[in-house]
Write a protein of this length. Structure first.
Length: 253
C-alpha cells in the first residue's frame, strides 16, 4: 500500500505541475495534444478525485460551425455530469479495488472487472476531454507532415480518408463516437458505442489504438443546431478539427 500511495502522490504532483505550467507557457498547446497529458490533467491534485478541465476556448469560439449554446450545455452539463458520477462511482468501490486504479489508463485496462458506472463515466470523461482538445478556433483545412503522409499511405488520399471517417460517424447506430486511431503508425477508422473508446480492453470494442481524432455523435452534441441532421454536424466538424494537435498525437504513437 505504501508503494501505491507513493505512486498516487507522484501522479498528483505531476498533474499539479502540468496544470501550473499551462497558465504561463507556450508549451501548453503541444502538451494538450498528447494522450498521456490528458490522462494526468484529469486527476485533481487535491483529494485524488477527477475534475473537469477548463475548456481550451470560449463557448462561441467554434461558431458558426458548432454553436455557443450547444457547447455550453455539452461541456457544463453533460461532461460535468460524467465527472460527478465518476467520482460517485469511485466512492462506492472497495478500498482494495481503488488501490489498483491511479488514472484512466488503469481504469481502461481493467474495465471488464469494474462496475458499468465506472466504464460509462470514465469513458465519458476521457472522450469528452479528448474531443474538446481535437478542435480549435479557425481549425479545419488538411493535415500536413507525417500524419498527412500516413493518411495518404493508409487511405490512398485525404478525400478517401474523409469519406471513410464520415461514413463511420454517420452509420454509428444510436449514440457513440467515431475515431481515427494509430497502432504503431498504422492508421484505422472505426466507431464505438455509448462512451466506450479504443483504449478500453474489451472484446466488444472493435477498434483499438491510440486516439488521433474523435467525433462525438451523441444527439446532445448537435441537436440544438442541427436537430436530427447528423450529416450536417459531421460536415461542420471538418471546419474545426485541430490538425496540428492531431499531427502531434500521431508522432507520439
Amino acid at each position: 500500500m505504501k508503494n501505491e500511495n507513493s505512486r498516487r502522490d507522484f501522479i498528483k504532483k505531476t498533474a499539479a505541475l502540468a496544470l501550473g505550467t499551462i497558465a504561463a507557457s507556450s508549451f501548453a498547446n503541444k502538451a494538450l495534444a498528447t494522450t498521456d497529458f490528458l490522462e494526468k490533467e484529469m486527476i485533481t491534485p487535491e483529494g485524488g478525485k477527477f475534475s473537469l478541465a477548463k475548456l481550451p476556448y470560449e463557448y462561441d469560439a467554434l461558431e458558426p460551425h458548432i454553436d455557443k449554446l450547444t457547447m455550453e450545455i455539452h461541456y457544463s452539463k453533460h461532461h460535468q455530469g460524467y465527472v460527478t458520477n465518476l467520482n460517485k462511482a469511485f466512492e462506492a468501490l472497495d478500498a482494495k479495488t481503488v488501490a489498483t486504479l491511479s488514472d484512466l489508463d488503469d481504469i481502461f485496462a481493467n474495465v471488464d472487472k469494474l462496475p458499468p458506472a465506472i466504464r460509462n463515466n470514465a469513458g465519458g470523461h476521457y472522450n469528452h476531454t479528448f474531443f474538446w482538445r481535437n478542435m480549435k478556433q479557425h481549425g479545419g483545412g488538411i493535415p500536413t507532415g507525417k500524419l498527412a503522409e500516413a493518411i495518404n499511405a493508409d487511405f490512398i488520399s485525404f478525400e478517401n480518408f474523409k469519406k471513410q471517417f464520415t461514413e463511420a460517424a454517420t452509420k454509428r447506430f444510436g449514440s457513440g463516437w467515431a475515431w481515427l486511431v494509430s497502432n504503431k503508425g498504422k492508421l484505422s477508422i472505426g466507431s464505438t458505442t455509448n462512451q466506450d473508446n479504443p483504449l478500453m480492453k474489451l472484446d466488444s470494442v472493435e477498434i483499438k489504438g491510440k486516439p488521433i481524432i474523435a467525433l462525438d455523435v451523441w444527439e446532445h452534441a448537435y441537436y440544438l443546431k442541427n436537430q436530427n441532421r447528423r450529416a450536417d454536424y459531421i460536415f461542420s466538424f471538418w471546419n474545426v478539427i485541430d490538425w496540428e494537435g492531431a499531427g502531434q498525437r500521431f508522432e507520439m504513437t
